[in-house]
Write a protein that binds this ligand. Sequence first.
Ligand code: FAD
Ligand code: SIN
Length: 525
Amino acid sequence: MTRKFDFLIIGSGIAGISFALKAAKHGKVALLCKTTLSESNTSYAQGGIASVTHDPDNFEKHIEDTLIAGDGHCDLAAVAKVIQEAPSQIEELLNWGVDFDRDEEGNFDLHREGGHSEHRILHHKDNTGYEIQESLIRQVKAHPEIEVYEHYFAIEILTQHHLGELVTHHTPNIECYGAYVLNLQTNNIHTFLSKVTMLATGGIGSVYSTTTNPEIATGDGIAMVHRARGVIKDMEFVQFHPTGLYHPGERPTFLISEAIRGYGAVLRTQDGKQFMQKYDERGSLAPRDIVSRAIDNEMKIRGHNFVYLDVTRMDSEETKTHFPNIYTKCLESGIDITKDFIPVSPIQHYLCGGIKVDLSGRSSINRLYAAGECSCTGLHGANRLASNSLIEAIVYADAAVKDAAKRLDSLTYNEFIPDWNDEGTSLPEEMVLITQSFREVEQIMSTYVGIVRSNLRLVRAMNRLEILYRETEHLFEKSVVSREICELRNVISIAYLIIKQALLRKESRGLHYTVDYPDRMRHEG
Ligand code: FAD
Ligand code: SIN
């Protein structure tokens, strides 16, 4: 079956929904997500959303902090755009009913996180993302112009390739006409034709064996654009959050927000000694890449699997008021954070790279936009400053709507796209092959492509991945399409892109640290 929409939006996190709410003023909108509207990285966000609000903070300081964290690899225009437009997008969130905590005078209660020189993180307790996600969902559900498709899995974006034309990385005007989408409840594949397509498919955490991301984070949007020959950038910059709760076997790993260090918690080795000052004068509040590497180093030296985060010296009632979610979750695991140290270790958390977009959110493929974690705007450079992700997503979704609305009248549907060819067989052993290959990708990435890298490890990872790639493409060709086989293909593409771009970077910068080139090259930044 073919459906037609002015705007096709793939992804229902902050990027996708905020785009949908604004695009609906200009045309007919389809909003797709592969599970439910609520299940997204956005829902899990804890610390908050960064924006300059009042003195002593100002745009220059937020820009400076972002550039320092990004280690000389940020795009200054993108940084200035996000930071200067942040306050007006915070207003939009307030208008949509998002409730940020305030102090007794009614001013925003601002948190501080690693790398920020000021308190500037607006938050809702310690579950800001859930508050944002649920507020936006209420708006979407009440909107008459937005058709929501839950449990609809986008398989491929449509381009000239689907009209039988040869599309290569050198094809000058690749166009996107919509997507093939699998209805996960009926197993039918639909053609969604669109004038404009927005990819807001979120992160890639499922490529690693431990991550803070929910299992939907398989990098589908990035993999689709890679297959469609679009430009993908900065994939080597994978962010490991310093403080995931150490709880082997739990997936996703529960995050202990960086805001807790901004509040006063400190890191200690298992024998109780503070160590961060050895690595950086900003101590436990240094940018994430530095703190994660320091923890990784301490764990390796001592042969330990975790270090401790100590918040016991702070007032216990205040701790419970500020971090109720973290307090309750840890208590369920037998840790009273007001009395006990919290075992933590660095954990995959975020991807700075992705689908390259310009200042209007346009990808290298015509009629295709991207926003949020699947995109690469240049804001984060080589390392994201804490709480700069939610704000980037909403600022770029806004820019993309404005740009797309101007072009809408000049665009038409491509009626020549054929239906998906769904020939194939479902083999009985298929699922176990897929599951096992998925685990192998996770193992390869966690073992060889983690916080500290080397040429030897990266080449080994690429060689192992090559085998999985060949086996999976073979399986895909003869299988009935399923979410599982598509996600496996996607995580293999993501792993490939991370390893390939890591091998190309012959220096250490931000989140990419390699023992073969421990220094930063001089010509950039
Ligand atoms: P998501 O919110 O991840 O949404 C992705 C959507 O795409 C989902 O609806 C999914 O179903 C859909 N999708 C994916 N693939 C397909 C497909 N093939 N077909 C159909 N639909 C698909 N950032 C901050 O700025 N501040 C924080 O405090 C913060 N805390 C965080 C804490 C945790 C534990 C985590 C995991 C992340 C945190 N982040 C934080 C990062 C931030 O939450 C994410 O980067 C951001 O929410 C991403 O939003 P998004 O809209 O791009 O994607
Ligand atoms: C956190 O609360 O530590 C997460 C913030 C972020 O990822 O930006």
